[in-house]
Design a protein around this ligand. Structure first.
Ligand code: ATP
Length: 314
């Protein structure tokens, strides 16, 4: 198909008097992995519920696989090409894993007899295939829900916090699976998370949602250039080092275990900083250019103060 798999234009969604999504516009291309990143309550789930026609937006438009949502029967055909996992993973508790997938296969009117065994295999559910869903661990229930969402190889997948509850091996598996679906099958994937470090590993593009609004959008490849760097120094006399550096025109900050310089002039030329300290009689005993942690960057982006920085800029 040409054009985006998913397109939102000026979408606003309310719950009563609560404005949960505020004028959001975004596009997800076929084969693209797009992550909505936001703190709790930012509006991620509501964007997804709006995309899936579960709630009707008060303003704006949603186009799914070329079909403008009208919130009526006319929308029906498009849903057969959409897969989703939004809110808590659920399954028929008394049915086994295999039976749950079989129900999904029939609902999707899939003829393929191999779809269920393939999904069982793909999601590492072989050991649990004959176990009732109510007896599954949270992680395996999540695998089942993901397997069900992808069973019919949808063209658009909408996944709210897809790796929630998975162990590290599960996270890696799901990430690889999503990448394969996007790259090999051209599936457009909209997923959400509140962990930048996690989505940076899988998403092509990241949209930052804050208080219902999309406040930033960038390609994951651009991320390294966006995060700040800092030069951390240790010396035998930090108070003196701060004086020497300030006299040399830097803006040093004293932290409990290091003297820190945030300016590019220092991070790009740590040798010049070392030379200034040697010249001032306080040679560095340690010196490192440290990249800002992704979560610190994210909190800075949304204007929240990272907890570990509480004592820094006093
Ligand atoms: P989380 O990461 O915690 O799941 P989120 O980014 O998915 O958060 P939403 O669940 O979309 O955020 O919530 C957005 C806002 O809408 C919040 O202020 C929330 O309290 C409110 N909200 C969500 N669901 C409802 C509802 N059913 N009725 C009223 N307000 C709601």
């Amino acid at each position: 198909m040409t054009g985006p798999a998913l397109s939102l234009r000026g979408v606003s969604t309310h719950y009563g008097s609560v404005l949960a999504v505020d004028g959001v516009s975004l596009d997800v291309a076929p084969g693209e992995l797009y992550a909505l990143l936001g703190l709790n309550g930012a509006g991620k789930t509501t964007v997804m519920r709006t995309v899936l026609g579960m709630v009707r937006p008060a303003a704006g438009s949603v186009t799914v696989l070329g079909h403008g949502l009208g919130h009526g029967r006319g929308d029906r055909p498009v849903w057969s090409r959409v897969g989703y996992l939004v809110e808590a993973a659920s399954a028929y508790p008394e049915l086994t894993v295999r039976e749950n997938l079989e129900v999904a296969r029939r609902l999707h009117r899939l003829r393929s007899r191999t779809a269920v065994p393939e999904a069982v295999e793909l999601f590492g559910l072989g050991e649990y295939a004959d176990r009732r869903a109510r007896a599954l661990s949270r992680g395996n229930l999540q695998r089942l829900a993901l397997a069900r969402a992808m069973l019919h190889r949808p063209s658009l997948l909408v996944l709210d916090e897809p790796v929630n509850g998975l162990d590290p091996a599960g996270v890696v598996e799901v990430r690889a699976l999503l990448e394969r679906l996007a790259r090999e099958h051209g599936t457009a994937i909209l997923l959400s998370s509140h962990i930048l470090g996690e989505v940076a590993r899988v998403a092509d593009r990241i949209g930052v949602l804050h208080r219902g609004g999309l406040i930033d959008e960038f390609s994951t490849a651009a991320l390294p250039a966006r995060v700040r760097h800092r030069l951390e120094l240790t010396t035998r006399d930090d108070a003196r080092a701060v004086q020497v550096l300030a006299a040399a025109g830097y803006a040093p900050r004293r932290e409990p275990h290091a003297v820190v310089l945030g300016e590019e002039r220092a991070t790009l030329r740590p040798d010049a900083v070392a030379a200034a300290l040697v010249h001032g009689g306080v040679p560095p005993t340690g010196l490192a250019v440290v990249r800002e942690d992704l979560e610190t960057y994210f909190l800075r982006l949304v204007g929240a103060r990272p907890p570990q920085e509480g004592s820094r800029d006093r």
